[in-house]
Design a protein. Structure first.
Length: 332
């Protein structure tokens, strides 16, 4: 296990297996722990690449304590007959609340007002005008679990108009619950007062919000990124803020984590940044720990997991071809 997790999940794993906790930044410690590992649970830090997998000849499952699994080499795991599982939906409410908080905080200039108050400048209260989010247009890039919940919250909680862009259209009832309209990416950029990004990191989404995209946003837009840092070109965001194309920028993720001291956005009065902490709530951590533990224990017990990343059927085919024993019991 790379770093610990909430006791609710630890208890489940402890009842069925011996737990070894390794520092995700210490490759030697990971190698030593992996030699006899049947399962690896990883949080945000620490890459599970082909080299790590090669250290673990007994490995059956890699489990991601969270939603994004871009730091796991899924094809390499599949090629070794290793199941990968994750915890979709465990932190949906946490992320949605984080986005709404940033939308409101940036709209009312929280970052600069808080600094001015700390500096004793109470008169700053009348130096800037904020704005309400009521009735404004929210554009959601990626209409999965989090995007749908955010749309519903924005629609019913704040009377917002909801647009979304996704390569796959959701069921009609999901659109109806959020009052959401599917539009092209360019149209979303042009019409949205707020843009919130909720896409996985892959070749099609890396630098999705680049200079060209930012040049097309509606003037005064507030951009929020709680997905993956490399989805956004941070230098381009800084320039868009300087040019007043963007009203503000909020993010819980960075291109490089932790971000370097000379980061172009940290410390600006028109940004709200948090250290990948949106899901650090009692509920979110408990949900993720429980779900990841259940996923691991399902695989180790020969049950197909509820939330696989790679196809269990393909994993079994690979294992058969490699002469490895099957992971899963035949269905009765």
């Amino acid at each position: 296990m790379l770093t610990g997790m909430d006791e609710a999940g630890m208890r489940l794993v402890r009842e069925a297996a011996e737990i070894v906790v390794a520092d995700p930044k210490d490759r030697a410690a990971i190698e030593a722990a992996a030699r006899d590992a049947d399962a690896i649970i990883t949080r945000t830090a620490g890459k599970i690449d082909a080299e790590v997998l090669s250290w673990a000849p007994k490995l059956k499952v890699v489990a991601r304590h969270g939603v994004g699994f871009d730091h796991i080499d899924v094809p390499a795991a599949t090629a070794r007959g290793i199941q990968v599982v994750y915890t979709p939906g465990a932190n949906t409410q946490d992320v949605v609340e984080h986005v709404i908080a940033m939308m409101i905080g940036l709209s009312k200039h929280f970052p600069i007002m808080m600094k001015e108050l700390e500096a004793g400048n109470y008169a700053a209260r009348t130096s800037m005008r904020g704005r309400e989010i009521l009735g404004r247009t929210l554009g959601i890039v990626g209409f999965g679990r989090i995007g749908k919940r955010l749309g519903e919250t924005a629609k019913h909680g704040f009377g917002m108009q909801v647009l979304y862009h996704d390569i796959i259209g959701p069921p009609e009832d999901a659109e109806l619950r959020a009052g959401a309209t599917r539009v092209s990416f360019d149209e979303l950029l042009r019409q949205s007062d707020y843009i919130s990004i909720h896409v996985p990191l892959d070749g099609s989404t890396r630098r999705l919000m680049n200079r060209a995209a930012l040049a097309n946003v509606k003037e005064g837009c507030i951009l929020i990124n709680t997905s993956r840092g490399p989805v956004v070109d941070e230098e381009a965001v800084a320039d868009a803020l300087d040019a007043r194309l963007l009203w503000g920028y909020g993010a819980d993720v960075f291109d490089v984590e932790p971000p370097p001291p000379n980061h172009p956005l940290i410390g600006r009065p028109d940004v709200m940044l948090t250290p990948h902490s949106a899901a650090q709530t009692e509920e979110g951590l408990r949900n993720m720990a429980t779900m990841v533990a259940e996923g691991v224990l399902d695989v180790l017990a020969g049950r197909v997991p509820e939330h696989p990343v790679n196809d269990p059927v393909e994993v079994e085919k690979v294992r058969s071809g490699l002469g490895l024993p099957p992971l899963y019991r035949p269905a009765r």
